[in-house]
Design a protein around this ligand. Structure first.
Ligand code: PLP
Length: 393
């Protein structure tokens, strides 16, 4: 059979495209932070990860522009060789301090950060314990490593303990979890995870992609939220959400960061973050520190949306954060629902199997600090109207 046969036989997405209900790869023609223009129409954006609304902040834009002129458009090489700027090192120092860790290392994406850290840190006869609902890049990082992977049921601490007990006491162990789960919006049980880690001699790594700039008093994430910064060994995050850019970071003990610098293949063999992106993140971090009211506004909007959706009778699962899944039902029903909302001017993200069970496809809403009460109310009105018409509520 020809290698490409599976491609020629792949018709599922084309069938949905032909039906007019295909929700993916829709080009955005213009962006105004909380509103975007698609197919000539303005939509309220509740499908981004731009939690603090910093992609259009004047200080962030100015910093990117200055860096572009000072350093050029790209680094054209890896951190290891010609791709380290003083800006990368400044960002690493600032992030280490912000996250309460000795040192930090920045990668070109969050995906590459998890691949590089997990694959280079966990070797033969060592073990990874991973929540079943962890992000794809944690799963792929575990696949790339020479260690053994043990998946535990989502946030099931008894299952985690059972799995930890199966492994020799003296073996190297890494427990890895999302801080906020990206499809569910619930928070990892870090107090239980860190206690189990202590008993079983495991290290703990938290992926705070969705928690950075969202959880904790200063926005430093899940460990800060629970007061467990010292108990969490490695904090990973991305810059593609609250920090309004692209890139990723791991923060932890200095010798571990030094080791990763010399072993993480996704760092060594891939070009570094471009100057404008690094400057964007530095400026976004500054804004996070100097405008704490953004965090308050994000949580105000989150509560308003969550209460509104629950009041309408929607099932939002165990969400306790700005990531809010709204359960609609079977795939086709959900796609029609998505399109009705889209046509009513609301941009949401559909979540389909295998990420969720067949009968509980959902639309994921992500709140931003810059949404107004009026935005939230307009989205709720659209959910009320479409939900009644389609007998979901
Ligand atoms: C939990 C989690 N980790 C990592 C990533 C990857 O981040 P990036 O977009 O920087 O590659 C994402 C992005 O969707 C994520 O949700």
């Amino acid at each position: 059979m020809s290698l490409f046969e599976k491609c020629y036989n792949y018709t599922q997405a084309r069938e949905v495209q032909a039906s007019g209900y295909y929700p993916y790869f829709r080009p955005i023609e213009d962006s105004y932070d909380t509103e975007v223009v698609v197919e000539g129409h303005r939509k309220i954006m509740v499908g981004s990860n731009n939690y603090l609304g910093l992609t259009h902040h004047p200080k962030v834009l100015a910093a990117a522009e200055d860096a572009l002129h000072q350093y050029g458009s790209g680094c054209t090489g890896s951190r290891f060789l010609n791709g380290t700027l003083d800006l990368h090192e400044k960002l690493e120092r600032e992030l280490a301090e912000f996250l309460g860790k000795e040192d930090a290392l920045v990668f070109s994406t969050g995906f590459q950060t998890n691949l590089g850290v997990i694959a280079s840190l966990v070797g033969r006869n060592e073990h990874i314990f991973s929540d079943r609902l962890n992000h794809a890049c944690i799963i792929d990082g575990a696949r790339l490593s020479y260690g053994s992977t043990h998946k535990y049921h989502h946030s099931d601490m008894e299952d985690l303990e059972r799995q930890l007990k199966k492994v020799p006491d003296d073996a190297g162990k890494l427990i890895v979890t999302d801080g906020i789960f990206s499809m569910e919006g619930d928070i990892a049980d870090l107090p239980a995870i860190t206690s189990l880690a202590e008993v079983h001699g495991a290290k703990v790594m938290v992926d705070d992609a969705h928690a950075f700039g969202v959880l904790g008093e200063t926005g430093a994430g899940t460990a800060e939220h629970f007061g467990l910064i010292d108990e969490v060994d490695l904090i990973v995050s991305t810059f593609s959400k609250s920090l309004a850019s692209i890139g990723g970071v791991v923060a932890g003990p200095e010798p571990v960061i030094h080791y990763l610098k010399h072993h993480a293949r996704t760092l060594i063999f891939s070009a570094s973050m471009p100057p404008s992106a690094v400057a964007t993140v530095l400026a976004a971090l500054d804004v996070l520190r100097s405008e704490p009211e953004r965090l308050e506004q994000l949580w105000h909007n989150t509560r308003r949306m969550q209460e509104g959706l629950k009041g309408l009778g929607y099932d939002i699962g165990d969400s306790e954060t700005p990531v809010v899944p709204v359960v609609i039902g079977e795939l086709e029903h959900m796609l029609v629902f998505w399109k009705e909302l889209f046509d009513a001017g609301v941009f949401t993200n559909p979540v389909t199997p295998p990420a969720v069970p067949e009968d509980s496809c959902r639309l994921r809403i992500s709140l931003m600090a810059t949404h107004t009460d009026d935005h939230v109310d307009q989205v709720l009105d659209a959910f009320a109207k479409v939900g009644k018409e389609m007998a979901v509520i």
